[in-house]
Design a protein around this ligand. Structure first.
Ligand SMILES: Nc1ncnc2c1ncn2[C@@H]1O[C@H](COP(=O)(O)OP(=O)(O)OP(=O)(O)O)[C@@H](O)[C@H]1O
Length: 242
């Protein structure tokens, strides 16, 4: 199973946010880091066809997201930063089950799969609770469970721990780490990617580094320092003083 981007470019209202990106994503765990607005989310969204690029193409095992959107969405799951974006049903179990409505499984099979996923992710005791009464960490776990129940081959997670405290961040990260399927994780937490197979650094719509986690973290830190230095007022300039 391989995701491939070929010459991918995308613009919003004429402003380029992805610039000629060519990549093959085959490793088990891939991280993407980069400054706010560098194009990470847009890139991630091209991977399951949520965004169809203006130019170039994105392929999953040769299937183009432009033409095979439904098949690709089934195989590439997507988890958003804010679980509110994907929790749609009143109760926890109903929310997990909704992803299986077109699976062709029987009601009993759906119930069994939902129960297994809730059990695996520590939500079995909340089966019939309203989703909005869960804690932030439980809500994100529910959003993750609702995607995992469909058994995607790839999971793309767009900053899934941004709204969580350190404990829940660790719980979600440990869950992602233990998944058998390919995971593409966007994050601002460089430590979370320490044992990843590959980390991409994005800057202004381009992949400016692609390699081992420690090297990517160093590259990103240097990039951010250079950006901060360029933006800071020059020392000693009279107009820069308070
Ligand atoms: N639907 C949209 N319409 C218009 N502009 C958009 C849209 N989505 C993103 N943008 C803009 O495109 C640029 C890249 O956004 P994107 O969300 O891909 O970056 P990001 O690296 O994920 O940022 P962050 O770390 O802040 O989430 C930003 O300037 C953003 O404002």
């Amino acid at each position: 199973m391989t995701l491939r981007l070929e010459g991918v470019g995308h613009a919003y209202a004429g402003r380029p946010v992805l610039r000629d990106i060519t990549l093959e994503l085959a490793e088990h765990r891939i991280g993407i880091i980069g400054a706010n607005g560098s194009g990470k989310s847009t890139l991630a969204r091209t991977l399951n066809g949520l965004v169809v690029p203006d130019s170039g193409r994105v392929l999953l095992d040769g299937l183009d997201t432009r033409r095979h959107a439904r098949e690709i969405r089934r195989r590439v799951g997507f988890v958003f930063s804010d679980p509110a974006a994907q929790i749609v049903m009143p109760t926890v179990a109903e929310d997990v089950a909704i992803g299986l409505r077109r699976s062709g499984l029987s009601g009993a099979e759906i119930d069994a799969r939902v129960a297994a996923v809730l059990e695996r992710h520590g939500l079995a005791g909340h089966r019939d609770h309203p989703a909005h009464l869960l804690s932030g960490g439980q809500r994100q776990m529910l959003a993750l469970a609702s995607v995992l129940v469909t058994e995607p081959e790839v999971l793309v997670c767009d900053e899934p721990t941004t709204l969580l405290d350190l404990r829940n961040t660790a719980v979600i990260e440990d869950t992602l780490r233990a998944l058998p399927q390919q995971v593409v994780l966007l994050t601002h937490h460089l430590d979370s990617l320490a044992d990843f197979d590959r980390v991409l650094v994005m800057d202004e719509g381009r992949v400016v580094f692609d390699g081992a986690p420690a090297d990517a973290a160093a590259h990103y830190t240097a990039l951010m320092r250079a950006g901060a230095a360029a933006a800071a007022p020059e020392e000693g300039r009279p107009e820069a003083r308070p």
